[in-house]
Design a protein around this ligand. Sequence first.
Ligand SMILES: [Zn+2]
Length: 392
Amino acid sequence: MLLTIDETRYDDAHQRDCARVIALISAGNQHSRPGIAELLEMTSTTTSKVVGDLIARGLLVEKAGEKSGRGRPAIQIALNSGRLGATVIHISSRALRGIVVDFGGNILERQSLDIPTGANADQMTSAMRGLVESLKARLPDGMQHLGTSVSVSGVVDVQSKTWLLTSRWPNIRDFDIAAALEPVTPAVFVCRHLDAELNARTLQDPVYGTDNTLLLHWGWGIGLAYSVNGDPFIRAGGPFGEIGHWRFNLLEDRPCGCGNYGCLETAASLWALLPQMREIWPDLSEDEEVLAGQMAERPLIDMPDIQTALKLTARSLANVCRLLFPKRVIMTGPFVANSDVWQAFEMAFRAEGLIGTLDLPVLIADKSSEEFAILGAVRPLLNLGLETFIRS
Ligand SMILES: [Zn+2]
């Protein structure tokens, strides 16, 4: 279920009925006209009018029903997911990934663009514009482009659509994403990568939608997202969860990409540790997903700096748990893909304890999934785009 349609937002009865029919059909099943009328308690006249209108506008299609018993099978009504689509840009290591997603949540196209570390705002702007233009050229015939959702790593203010800073590209500061993309796309939506990923996970797995769930990414950067009973904890859209920039006395002479000294990331992030790891294994990739596979087999735990990194990260997480008291913590990133590191991390975390006899949360090591992040990022844009489509 990709779309969450709020029918109360429509004053016009016909528009509201359109939204209700699309909500029903976007849940995945096809329905006949009489079936729609019955489920939504609408008259057959209203149902025919709404379905007819949506078919004329290309959002619904008729399909031959399967024959069962005697008589002609009823015509089935299905969603035409190729009618509307959106583009997504998300960040993976030091590359922009561009994706085309249709209205049914299917990924139709992927492109990748490496951005050099020293890139400035002008270069980032033209890279993002070029990527969106190139994705738009790949839209199937008849698909209306609803806009672009940008899923950002690092510190972001999603309300003002401003990318405040990222350790990947130190020259990118207070970058206005909306201004960069408005000339090439009808709508710009900005979200934090980790919020989008956690949101998609909680919608897909009902267990994650209960109690408090924390998602901690330990990779190129270190940051977290948090949900309460499946709802995002931070609704106002300001920065959140930047534990990678918590400072430690032990690290005080180490400069961080944020401009400060002694941040957790200076000892525990991939950007800090990868150069050292490459002295031993020069073939290690900068791409987190590739690296996760490479690191799984290497004796990382023998490196003293990895021991320090995991202890500091475990202590930071335990401190977060004393603040937010999550029921479970999902951990992603290339480090947790190494079973020795993971085991040592769990031990260090358990040794921290919580408070008194309170139980520590369950730790779940998982692959960070690009699919979750893409669907989480595109969903609000599709919902918004549908509303605009229905109203127009
Ligand atoms: Zn920092």
